[in-house]
Design a binder for this molecule. Structure first.
Ligand code: F6P
Length: 352
């Protein structure tokens, strides 16, 4: 048996751990693993790939990014605009299929986020032997309780907030930290709670600047002269608008700018000196945490197991401390859920 693996979409700490898991489990079965470069693009003729033997993956477990390269653009981008699905052209699918057939690939493991798994699903529906492995720092896939990469991203947010705490306190300032997560607030909520934020603004809970300002003024009156505000990049203005930089060539909107906006408004409404900071891709780069390494390896091993059982069209999933498989859909923060309630109970404001 010869199987293929590719990483598609944005990179994410733990991708190399998945590759490590896949290669390890496949070699135990005597299978050969082919790694396609730069996502699905590596399937286009003449094919861009490398042979992955255990000796080729020594030391990759601890590395961020992916040794295979990845892209969230190109011929196979399945998401457009506000997350709508676009079809991939028949000509492109035909070319990629020829590569699969010529190389004798019996299963293709697609490690990707919502967009890439949607591409995988389209190909599976056309008869391809696809196994999906969910990957996103955003942790926004309904079908898995956690994706690898999320814990590493949250750790970066916590590290950033720990640093901002000391400078905010020294200057009696408000510090605003904009974090990633696209249209879901998981990174902001987890990072904000673990990092001791006082205000957390999420896409799922509409906020009002007046209420945020009132909260900060009340803190000031109570003797708390510094405030930490975490803003999810996808947080929405009261009229529902998000702040975006531009659209990349895949058509998915590039979020960003809400942190600057919120900081500006806070300074205007409270008179308190306020600074904004955007954590950006620092959340995606660097070594995965031990949790993400272990989750990545387990996901890789499960993907090989699904291939061995011929259970194509399935996505690896993590539920109740157990790795299994399911179909996939988007998952958002529940504004009335336990985690938001817990944050409210310790005095965190959501600006609503
Ligand atoms: O989906 C992962 C993610 O990091 C989002 O949190 C963020 O909005 C987006 O990707 C950034 O994408 P890019 O690297 O293309 O700017």
């Amino acid at each position: 048996m010869k199987i293929g693996i590719l990483n598609s979409g944005g990179d994410c700490p733990g991708l190399n751990a998945v590759i490590h898991g896949v290669v390890g489990a496949a070699s135990e079965l005597g299978w050969e693993v082919i790694g396609f470069r730069d996502g699905f693009e590596g399937l286009l003729p003449p094919g861009d790939f490398i042979l992955l033997r255990p000796e080729d993956t020594v030391g990759i477990l601890k590395l961020g990014g992916t040794i295979l390269g990845t892209t969230n653009k190109g011929h196979f981008a399945a998401k457009i605009g506000g997350g709508d699905v676009s079809g991939i052209s028949k000509e492109i699918i035909g070319k990629a299929k020829r590569t699969m057939e010529q190389m004798g690939i019996g299963a293709l493991i697609v490690v990707g986020g919502d967009g890439s798994l949607t591409t995988g699903l389209q190909l599976f529906q056309l008869g391809w032997p696809i196994i999906g492995v969910p990957k996103t720092i955003d942790n926004d896939l309904q079908a898995t309780a956690m994706t690898f990469g999320f814990d590493s991203a949250v750790s970066s947010v916590v590290d950033g907030l720990d640093r901002l705490h000391t400078t905010a306190a020294s200057h009696k300032r408000v510090m605003v930290l904009e974090v990633m997560g696209r249209h879901a607030g998981w990174i902001a909520l987890w990072g904000g709670m673990a990092g001791g934020a006082n205000v957390i603004l999420l896409p799922e809970i509409p906020f009002e600047m007046e209420k945020v300002a009132r909260f900060i003024k009340a803190r000031e009156a109570a003797g708390c002269h510094s405030t930490l505000v975490v803003v999810a990049e996808g947080a929405r203005l009261p009229d529902g608008h998000v702040m975006s930089v531009d659209a990349n060539s895949g058509g998915e909107v590039r979020l960003g700018g809400m942190g600057e906006y919120v900081a500006h408004e806070i300074e205007k409404l409270t008179g308190k000196e306020t600074r904004a900071c955007t954590l950006g891709h620092l959340q995606r780069g660097g070594a995965p945490t031990s949790l993400d390494r272990i989750l990545g390896v387990r996901f890789g091993v499960m993907a090989v197991k699904l291939a061995a059982e011929g259970r194509f069209g399935r996505m690896v999933s993590y539920q109740s401390y157990h790795v299994d498989s399911v179909p996939h859909q988007l998952r958002l923060v529940d504004p009335d859920g336990e985690m938001v309630q817990a944050a409210r109970s310790i005095g965190i404001s959501f600006g609503d």
